[in-house]
Write a protein that binds this ligand. Structure first.
Ligand code: ZN
Length: 90
């Protein structure tokens, strides 16, 4: 019997969201910084470091300070968040 190494893994990364400049600096409910920006999130099951099977593909709000994340789907949701933020800032 030969030893079989674990060849499956998980690969994930964020890329810039087209609305990031418009909706940057959103309040983070976890660490209370205004650092949250929308990102495009990809998570894949990888096989020999090659991403093969998507397990998450979508938009998230991401805080680079504490790594807090929340999914969102539409720009309307971002607008709603931004509107609610105005109460926080006052
Ligand atoms: Zn945070």
């Amino acid at each position: 019997m030969s030893f079989v190494p674990i060849i499956f893994g998980k690969k994930d990364w964020d890329s810039n969201h087209p609305l990031a400049s418009q909706y940057g600096g959103i309040y983070c409910p976890n660490c209370h910084n205004f650092q949250v920006t929308p990102v495009k999130r990809r998570e894949f099951i990888s096989f020999w470091f090659i991403p093969v099977f998507p397990i998450f593909w979508g938009n998230q709000l991401h805080c680079p300070v504490c790594n807090w994340r929340q999914d969102f789907k539409t720009e309307d949701q971002l607008k709603k968040v931004q509107k609610e933020q105005q109460k926080v800032r006052q």
